[in-house]
Each structure stands twice: as structure tokens, then as C-alpha cells.
Design a protein around this ligand. Structure first.
Ligand code: SF4
Ligand code: SF4
Length: 467
């Protein structure tokens, strides 16, 4: 008779096959985080009760029952998604020369437009691809993106017109060509509109965003904001650099005064060397960023009107209801090449716009290679295969599935490999700690879109904790 080895039954925290629960200092006076990093399960535990909870077999048993479903949910999000969106660059050219742009200067200055015929042809190929792969009733999304899509206006408008039943559309624009006619066209077709603005005054904006001749854009952006007031599908992207971080809280007030419904306060992507020159220090940028978030909270309390800071809202959602997240930089592997990809004006496809201009990340050409082949290319695998488990120190970081260790383009170009962190680690660390403090204080709804929790439910609640 043979005697089989019996594995641990997982009765105890942090030994055998019990859950690996890491206490996390979130900087709160009452609560600490308790996180099972692999499954992204978390709990907020009173600081003075941490030992009791870790020893509480009823609590552990109850969590243990749920662990598998948490693990499966994470597995699906990380490895089970198919592309549902495309960032479509219909021109290489731009009428601005922003200091941190990820598109190389010679492309923006002298590059080509994609012809109207090719834009229509590409949309046709995308439509056919999504028809085969899309498993949901939701239409796939096409976002016309940088350089400046409105420089190729006729192709842009005709593309939207022809495929209005096949895609939902969005556009990211610097607003210089966003006139009343364009706004009315986009509004009538429910196109979501993102505009870029880096500060609450012309002087601040001029430091990073100006024309090739050095002329400012503040007046034009304000004119566009006037045209967009009252539309529910518009947002402002503000890129955080050394040049504007001190004014982030003022920026939030400015956007709120202008009735902007959503904004993104993104730290500058440091893929190209020019952007690294204006990279802020992580901890200083985090301090200003958190000040700005607190300002948005106070403005909401005073006025009853929200300005949602979407990138922070996404972090909160990644903690509260991971499957409801809307942005894909803060999950590992990130969304690049996995839940979306980027199409360049030449027809070349890259995992994300961030890689346009980096030839070794070109997966193939939409007109020649077939989208499925491109998604399976080695160039794409480099990005889609980058996992927090392979990165030091992320692999042992308790918040790795709320941060995602962005961005692979930065890791590769700035730090020398996919197994490196990107440009900002401490910034993301502080952002997640603040998110937990917001949850500990029960303030999360003030930072989130109304109705964010429709269709989601709290998965695990125990007394003395907030989950
Ligand atoms: S982390 Fe970088 S490569 Fe990934 S989706 Fe975000 S910007 Fe794109
Ligand atoms: S980048 Fe920093 S905060 Fe993010 S997972 Fe890695 S170690 Fe953690």
C-alpha cells in the first residue's frame, strides 16, 4: 500500500498553501491594507486588529472559499481579453510641437496623411476583424489619435460617416482645428472628444505645448472648451511634467469652473529622451497630484458637481471592482496589443500608440499581413508577455495588480528592458495608497462616475474591515 504525500490544507496565513497576505501601510490613522497580491483580494483592517484578523480561522475559511473566484477573475482580465478598441492615427503630421510627444519630430513635421481611400479600406478590415472576434453586443471603439487627426479632416469625417453603425468613435485633438462645424459633427454622431491642455494659464501651457513657431495655444483651447460645454462625452488630458505640476490643484479648479466632466492628469510618458528632460520627481509629483485630487473632492462637496479625474477613478475601480475598469495602463500585462492596438498612417500596426516610431515594435501592416498574424507577432509578444511577476521589485509588491507597473515602452526605451520598471514607481505607489485612504474614509463615490457600480457587487465583507 502506498502512502500519498498530503499537501498543506492552507489553514494558516503565509505558510503552506494558505493565502499570502501582505499588510500594506496606506498612511491612514486607523486602517492598514491587507492584500493577497496574486488574486488582488484586499481588506482594510484596523491597525490594532491586524494580528487578530490574521489569526481568525473563520475569516480565513471564508476568504479561502472565495479565493478561487478572485483568482479566475484576475486571470481573465490579465490573459483572457481580446482587442475591443483601436487607436487610429490617420496622419503623421501635427500643427504643434509638444515637448513630450511620443511621435518622432521628423514625422510630425514632414510626415504623411493616410489617404481617404486607405482610411476607408482600413476601417473595412477592422470591421471584418471585430465581426469575427467580438463576443459582446458592444460596438468596438475606434479612437482617432495623435498626431493631429483634424489635419486629415475629410478622411476623418467620411470614415466616421460611413462606419457609424459599426464602431463607436472617439477623437483626441489639440483643438487648433476644432471649430463649431467639427464640434457639431462630432456631437451629432456621439463621438467622444478628448482635448489636451496642460495648465490653467497661457504661460504654463506654453512651456510644453506650442506651435512650431513657438506660438501659444491657450486661447484656442478655451474657445473649444466653450463649444463643448454641456456635451457629456468630452474630457481634458493634462500631462504632468516639471513645468506644470505646481499648478495641478489650480488646474482642477479651472477645469471645474469650465464645466469639464472628466479629465486625465497623467504623468508624462518618458519613452523618448525629450520627454525625460521634463520628468518630475515621483514623490513631488505625487504630492501635487494628491493635492489636486483633494481639491476635486472639495469642489464636488461645495458645488454638487463632479470633475472625475479618470486615471485616478480607474485605480479606485481596479481595487473596488476590477472587471469594471475602463483604462488599461494599470494592469499587467497592460492593454497594449491585448485589449487594443494602434494603427499608424502607413498601415503599420503597433501594440500601443506609445510604440509608433519604434520600428522593432511594428507587428505588421494591416493591408498586407492580417490582424490575427500581427497580434501573434514577436513584436506584440514582447509587450503582451511583459508581466509584473518578471519585474523587480514588482514581483513582490503587494499592490502590483492595482499598479500594473506601467509602461513597457518606457521600461524598454528608458530603462533597458521589459523586465525593468517604467519611469514612475513611487508615484504609482502613492496613488494606490491614497486610493485605499479614500476607500477607508468612505469617500470613493465622490471620485467616481455616477453609476460606476451598476452591475458590480461587493464581493467580500467582514466586520471590522472594509473590502
Ligand atoms: S502602459 Fe504604455 S504601452 Fe501599455 S497601454 Fe499604457 S501607454 Fe500603452
Ligand atoms: S511599479 Fe512600483 S508600485 Fe508598481 S507594481 Fe512595481 S514596485 Fe509596485
Amino acid at each position: 500500500m502506498s502512502i500519498n504525500a498530503i499537501p498543506s490544507r492552507g489553514r494558516f496565513v503565509n505558510s503552506g498553501s494558505g493565502p499570502a497576505l501582505q499588510p500594506v501601510d496606506i498612511g491612514h490613522s486607523t486602517y492598514m491594507g491587507l492584500v493577497d497580491a496574486d488574486t488582488a483580494f484586499w481588506s482594510l483592517v484596523r491597525r490594532d486588529k491586524l494580528g487578530v484578523i490574521l489569526h481568525d480561522s473563520a475569516w480565513l475559511k471564508s476568504y479561502y472559499k472565495k479565493r478561487e473566484s478572485f483568482r479566475k477573475e484576475m486571470e481573465m482580465l490579465r490573459f483572457g481579453l481580446k482587442p475591443s478598441a483601436v487607436y487610429f492615427n490617420i496622419t503623421e503630421r501635427c500643427n504643434l510641437n509638444c515637448r513630450y510627444c511620443y511621435i518622432p519630430e521628423n514625422m510630425r513635421r514632414k510626415g504623411k496623411h493616410m489617404s481617404e481611400e486607405k482610411v476607408i479600406n482600413a476601417l473595412q478590415l477592422l470591421k471584418a476583424y471585430f465581426k469575427k472576434t467580438s463576443g459582446t453586443a458592444l460596438l468596438p471603439k475606434v479612437i482617432f489619435h495623435g498626431a493631429e487627426p483634424l489635419l486629415n479632416k475629410k478622411a476623418l469625417f467620411n470614415g466616421i460617416e460611413k462606419f457609424s453603425k459599426d464602431f463607436t468613435f472617439g477623437i483626441q485633438t489639440n483643438t487648433l482645428l476644432l471649430d463649431a462645424e467639427a464640434v457639431s459633427f462630432f456631437k451629432s454622431r456621439k463621438v467622444s472628444i478628448g482635448i489636451s491642455l496642460d495648465g490653467p494659464t497661457g504661460k504654463i501651457v506654453n512651456r510644453t505645448r506650442a506651435s512650431w513657431a513657438g506660438e501659444g495655444v491657450f486661447r484656442q483651447v478655451n474657445r473649444a472648451m466653450e463649444l463643448l460645454k454641456g456635451y457629456d462625452a468630452w474630457s481634458v488630458i493634462c500631462t504632468i511634467t516639471t513645468e506644470n505640476m505646481q499648478s495641478l490643484a489650480r488646474m482642477v479648479s479651472y477645469l471645474h469652473d469650465n464645466e469639464v466632466p472628466n479629465c486625465l492628469l497623467n504623468v508624462v510618458r518618458c519613452t523618448l529622451p525629450s520627454a525625460r528632460k521634463i520628468k518630475p520627481d515621483d514623490s513631488i509629483a505625487a504630492r501635487y497630484f494628491i493635492d489636486a485630487l483633494e481639491k476635486s473632492y472639495r469642489l464636488y462637496k461645495k458645488s454638487g458637481r463632479k470633475l472625475v479625474v479618470a486615471n485616478f477613478a480607474n485605480i479606485l475601480i481596479s481595487i473596488l471592482a476590477p472587471t469594471a475598469r475602463r483604462l488599461m495602463c494599470d494592469i499587467s500585462p497592460c492593454g497594449g496589443g491585448r485589449s487594443f492596438f494602434a494603427l499608424a498612417p502607413s498601415g503599420d500596426i503597433f501594440p500601443c500608440s506609445e510604440f509608433i516610431g519604434l520600428k522593432h515594435f511594428r507587428g505588421g501592416n494591416i493591408f498586407k499581413n492580417g490582424i490575427n498574424n500581427i497580434l501573434a507577432s514577436n513584436a506584440f509578444k514582447l509587450v503582451t508577455g511583459r508581466k509584473v511577476e518578471d519585474i523587480e521589485p514588482c514581483r513582490r509588491c503587494a499592490i502590483r495588480h492595482f499598479c500594473g507597473s506601467p509602461c513597457p515602452a518606457e521600461a524598454y526605451e528608458m530603462n533597458g528592458g521589459m523586465d525593468k520598471t517604467g519611469a514612475f514607481c513611487e508615484f504609482y505607489e502613492e496613488q494606490v495608497r491614497f486610493a485605499f485612504r479614500v476607500i477607508a474614509d468612505g469617500k470613493q463615490d465622490a471620485f467616481l462616475w455616477d453609476g460606476w457600480d451598476k452591475g458590480t457587487k461587493e464581493t467580500f465583507i467582514i466586520p471590522g474591515t472594509r473590502t
